[in-house]
Design a protein around this ligand. Structure first.
Ligand SMILES: Nc1ncnc2c1ncn2[C@@H]1O[C@H](COP(=O)(O)OP(=O)(O)OP(=O)(O)O)[C@@H](O)[C@H]1O
Ligand SMILES: [Mg+2]
Length: 592
């Protein structure tokens, strides 16, 4: 996985990939082209109708009034009111239609983004803070909402309004209309400069906008540590600094927006003056009617309306492109570990799990973390892995889940290479109880079922009985509410729950990463007996620290520096007088 280019924390020179982003945005619209087309039709109707108004005005001034014809005047007034009603009605239809289409589209996009994120490797999550990801899903997608509900349709409609106004003007008086042409290059240059200058600024604003909630989430997650070390002030200072940087960046963009907007605004009175001056002279020379001048001035309003709006659109477009750019960057990430082309489905482990001469490193430029690791774990047996910190114990188990791939050797389950197994079936056949236990908000029961409502309650009760944990669950009833991350439970209690969960989920093979923390003798006994009961019922790899668990495992593997140093039963290893016997004596004294 290319994780250096998706951490978009700090690169100020990063530029938006317009082509890629355009593809994403266009694809999104295309997926909802019907509702958008309908909205466009509504918009066009209301625009066309409103474009009739200057013609009605010209009719009143040049025809109805000179003829002193009251019925013609009445007709014109009626037509004027009718166009307004039609205009408003279709406007209403369009707004409703777009809001719905836009919402649908954003929901789709969020689903797609979230689904994609969930498929990405753990490596992605270690390089991308959760807070920032939350901001991606939330704020970047909402930024696009403005684009889809308003801007896209409005741009098409504005272009149409502009063109029609221009052609109607040209139809009534070509000479006067051509006088307006010099303002176009001025507009084009202004717009171009504006985009060039603000584009990198928008990237910066978007980044900072994601950084603020990102920082907040990270800090709040560690609030306990912050308070314990009284670092609150330091943190709020950093937060303030971040907020101020965001504020400054936003201010700069806003300022430029205003300057750009005002310079365009100035063009309107300038051209209107030209029409009055030059057109007035033509009227005096009898080459033009007053109605045409009035109509021209009104159409100038129509001509400028899209231009004014365009500066607004530009800002939405820029924001959208920088949001879309980052969304498409996440969508472009491919999980490094993919399903094999013709996956085998693992249902049960009948024979054994085999590691044969496995070599693994996390990065090509780093050293080997596992060197020539081999072992066999027959069904129903247990293997305890022991070794120094950083020795590679967790890595061995990660390979079994294919959280990472290895470079040399073989890992097989019942003789099938695990790279040929479907990832989903592999991971649902093997259960994991991690060192740091994560409980979800919900009841104890929900957590025991890992939120899978299809698991019958009976299975939970059975598991509790088999593991001899009845008294524990009397103290912590199944309907007890677990707070976020299990904050209202002790570490030992969380461990008991996660061990029970391993039994409930009914996976044949279990990987336990035993926590080292010391517990009171009572909880210690509870956990030990829970683990022992799992060892009895399942095929288990356990990264063990407690002597009692190590001794109840069928075999023990000592790992050091990524190499298997010793492998055998407790008695064998003790008799061999090697690393294990030293470790054993060091840890537990001569006796027990
Ligand atoms: N995601 C990773 N990316 C790069 N290196 C890693 C990664 N995870 C672990 N390592 C490195 O691989 C080596 C083995 O780590 P591992 O987690 O397997 O050790 P361990 O034996 O489980 O240690 P502990 O007893 O402390 O849990 C360590 O040097 C560690 O720094
Ligand atoms: Mg570990």
């Amino acid at each position: 996985m290319h994780h250096d280019d998706h951490d978009d924390g700090q690169d100020p020179k990063e530029t938006i990939n317009y082509r890629e982003t355009f593809r994403l945005l266009a694809g999104l619209i295309n997926s909802r082209r019907r509702p958008f087309a309908v909205a466009l039709v509504y918009t066009m109707v209301s625009t066309l109708v409103s474009l009739l108004i200057p013609i009605i005005a010209k009719y009143v001034i040049d025809t109805a009034l000179p003829a002193k014809d009251p019925s013609a005047l009445l007709l014109a007034t009626g037509a004027y009111l009718a166009t307004t009603v039609v205009f408003l009605y279709f406007n209403y239809l369009q707004v409703v239609q777009l809001a719905k289409a836009g919402q649908d589209l954003i929901v789709d996009l969020k689903e797609r983004l979230l689904g994609h994120m969930l498929s990405l490797d753990l490596e992605f999550y270690s390089s991308m803070p959760v807070g920032r990801l939350t901001a991606r899903v939330q704020s970047d997608t909402s930024t696009l909402y403005a684009l889809f509900t308003n801007t896209v349709i409005s741009i098409v409609n504005d272009a149409l309004m502009f063109a029609i106004a221009f052609f109607v003007m040209a139809y009534y008086n070509l000479k006067l209309t051509l006088m307006l042409v010099p303002m176009f290059p001025v507009l084009a240059v202004l717009g171009w400069v504006f985009v060039k200058v603000t584009s990198p600024m928008y990237v910066k604003v978007r980044k900072l906008a994601a950084e603020v909630p990102g920082f907040l989430t990270e800090q709040l997650n560690g609030i306990g540590v912050l308070q314990a070390f009284s670092r609150e002030e330091d943190t709020s200072r950093k937060m303030e600094d971040l907020n101020r940087r965001k504020f400054t960046a936003e201010m700069r963009v806003e300022l430029l927006n205003v300057v750009f907007f005002l310079s365009i605004v100035f063009l309107h009175p300038a051209t209107t003056a030209a029409v009055f001056g030059i057109g007035g002279k033509m009227v005096m020379a009898g080459k033009l009617t007053v109605g045409v001048i009035v109509m021209f001035v009104m159409y100038l309003g129509y001509l400028f309306e899209p231009i004014f709006r365009f500066s607004e659109h530009l800002s939405v477009i820029q924001r959208s492109f920088s949001a879309g750019h980052r969304i498409s960057k996440i969508l472009a990430l491919k999980p490094a570990l993919t399903e094999p082309p013709e996956p085998h489905f693992l249902t049960t482990v009948r024979g054994s799990i085999d590691f044969r001469n496995v070599w693994m490193r996390y990065r090509e430029d780093a050293g080997w973390v596992l060197k020539n690791v081999s072992f066999t774990l027959p069904r129903g047996q247990s293997l305890a892995i022991l070794g120094e910190t950083g020795g590679g114990k967790t890595t061995v188990t990660s390979l079994l889940f294919r959280f990472y791939d290895f470079q040399k050797g073989h890992i097989e389950i019942d003789g099938t290479d695990i790279r040929k197994l479907s990832l989903g079936s592999l991971r649902s056949a093997i259960g994991l109880v991690q060192q740091d236990i994560y409980l979800f908000p919900g009841t104890v029961m929900d957590n025991l079922k890992l939120m899978d409502a299809s698991i019958p309650d009976g299975r939970v009760h059975d598991a509790i009985r088999v593991m001899g944990l009845d008294s524990f669950y009397k103290k912590h009833p199944l309907d007890k509410k677990v707070k976020e991350k299990g904050a209202n439970l002790s570490i030992g209690e969380k461990q008991v729950i996660s061990l029970t969960r391993a039994m409930v989920l009914d996976q044949e093979v279990l990987v336990l990463d035993e926590a080292t923390s010391n517990m009171d003798p009572h909880t210690e006994r509870l956990i030990t007996s829970a683990i022992k009961s799992l060892l009895k019922h399942k095929t288990v790899i356990i990264i063990a620290h407690r002597l009692s668990t190590i001794r109840s495992a069928d075999r023990i593997m000592m790992i050091s520096g990524g190499e298997v140093r010793e492998l055998g039963t407790h008695d064998e290893l003790l008799a061999a007088g090697g690393l294990y016997s030293k470790y054993y004596r060091l840890q537990y004294g001569e006796g027990e």
